[in-house]
Design a binder for this molecule. Sequence first.
Ligand code: EPU
Length: 329
Amino acid sequence: MNPPLRLAQIGLDPASEAALNHAETLSNLFRDFELLLPKGTFIRRDEPLAKRTTLRVGGPADLYVEPSNESSLALIFETTRLRGLPVAFLGRGSNLLIRDGGIRGVVISLAHPHFSRITIEGQLITADAGARLKDIAHEARKAGLSGLEFFEGIPGSLGGALRMNAGAMNAWTFDAVERLRFMDSTGEIHDLSVDKIPVEYRACPLLRSRIALSATLRGTPDASEAIQSRMKTYTDKRWTTQPKESSAGCTFKNPLPTLPAGRLIDELGLKGTRIGNAEISTVHGNFLVNLGNATSNDVLSLISLVQQKARSVHQIELETEVEILGEDA
Ligand code: EPU
């Protein structure tokens, strides 16, 4: 019997051979998912991701899946690991810049309604990672619990807010967190009290490679009207100081608490600068907006331009606050 022909022997270069192997691994994994996950699980090949982000740029996910429960999520981790592919997590995409080539491997999103429950007992609010921040803020208000008003205007999910330690209006997510439940990449579930979890300005490093499942947040009793009035003040501030076009929120971390990136970019005279269809907002210097059909490359070029200017004029290294994922086109 003749030995099997290697692809190289029939004239394929190594890059094409790697691409073919990758496509085959993906097909196998897609089949694993269809066989192992409950009927009705949302699974897609080459799923466009731009529409799943607030900035609306970037390429597709090789495989995109929304598990309908925790055991399915564990199965996704296990089968993806066995097939040797990477996983990435997507919340409501409000702090994400996905490169134009999209994301290789599996993108998991806890967008299934199973992961959006919010329950309140006394001063404790327990919410799933897929719950919308706006919904958590309003449930807390209805229960007369203060401390989460700043969630109202952030177009994200709790999972993303935990991963980023999202903040606004001088508050940040982990100020309110008491406990965090998460799954690691072997499918094991952990439940930790907040004092065991290191957090930073705009990051919870533990959640870089693990996925938040739910968190228990503590509110402080207050009159519903007082909470409502604070929410309105915050909303008014956003409407007057932040742009309305598609964006990923603030692009850069503030280099110092006393030096907001937005003011720095403003003082550098960069507001209104355009590359392709992306623009440094004329309203707030730290927002890069998509004027219509911007590409990820347009936005990345603007990011480099701002970083170079801050470096050459002030010797300041501006770090991105938005998560940049995926590959170049
Ligand atoms: N400023 C300017 N020019 C600008 C923008 C801002 O001079 O173009 C000045 C403002 O007038 C103000 C100061 O800079 O005196 C700070 O601006 P702002 O109050 O808007 O706060 P920020 O530090 O730019 C932070 C968060 C925002 C959050 C706001 C409101 C970061 C990187 N940003 O912005 O978070 O919404 O406070 O509390 O920490 C995000 O994380 O995506 C985000 C938008």
